[in-house]
Design a protein around this ligand. Structure first.
Ligand SMILES: N[C@@H](CCC(=O)N[C@@H](CS)C(=O)NCC(=O)O)C(=O)O
Length: 205
């Protein structure tokens, strides 16, 4: 077994963030796959060893397990230019990582999962009731990103950081969640900039 193992569901943007960070820092990573649609992250073995929270991704480092996608990106990019050292720039990068988890991923990623994997006809009553709210919140998140990117090429520190990686993961596939990116020219320009960085790998690699 290699030193680093990613416990993942490959189409998940949260898992892709980690593979993308690993590729940018030139860190090989072994991949172990779970089918979240079959509850494979909810087994007693998974909960006892990989993540008590019952979710992927988890980055395994030797005998230790690190759940939460952005924590894994921080671990992999430690000491590289993907994490600014300067005090404000570092905090500002963290700000976008927190924002991604609170305002972006729960809306943009959830819509992609509901439309792309679950299917609108199979949504529970509660999910169906939450659909308009998720959609409004996702559109607000995309609009906020577009506005920020009208003033700067990158989210933090004036350069490509793991904040860009974390936000790219679900934004570039937002249309799979029936979110139209046409109204956001600055966002689309940024998506192209991220994809043209040396070391970039696509989500389906
Ligand atoms: N905040 C977590 C979110 C992890 C998460 O929501 N994982 C989803 C797939 S992207 C999952 O494992 N779902 C399966 C389940 O809940 O059973 C992270 O960033 O890693």
């Amino acid at each position: 077994m290699s030193e680093l193992v990613l416990h993942e569901f490959a189409p998940s943007g949260n898992c892709y963030k980690i593979r993308l960070t690993a590729s940018h820092v030139g860190q090989p990573i072994e991949r172990r796959s779970y089918d979240i649609l079959k509850g494979e992250t909810r087994t007693p073995e998974f909960l006892a060893t990989v993540n008590a929270n019952g979710r992927i991704p988890t980055l395994q480092i030797g005998e230790t397990f690190l759940p939460e996608s952005n924590a894994a990106c921080l671990y992999l990019a430690h000491g590289t230019p993907l994490i600014p050292k300067e005090r404000f720039a570092h905090a500002d990068m963290m700000r976008w990582l927190f924002w991604e988890q609170y305002n972006h991923e729960p809306n943009v990623a959830t819509l992609r999962f509901w439309h792309g994997w679950v299917g609108e006809d199979n949504l529970s009553e509660l999910q169906r009731a939450n659909l308009p709210g998720k959609r409004n919140a996702a559109i607000a998140a995309l609009a906020l990103m577009d506005d920020h990117l009208s003033r700067t090429d990158w989210f933090a520190a004036g350069r490509f950081t793991i904040a860009d990686i974390a936000l790219y993961a679900y934004t570039h596939v937002a249309e799979e969640g029936q979110l139209d990116l046409t109204p956001y020219p600055h966002l689309r320009g940024w998506l192209a900039r991220v994809a043209s960085q040396p070391g970039h790998v696509p989500i389906d690699a």
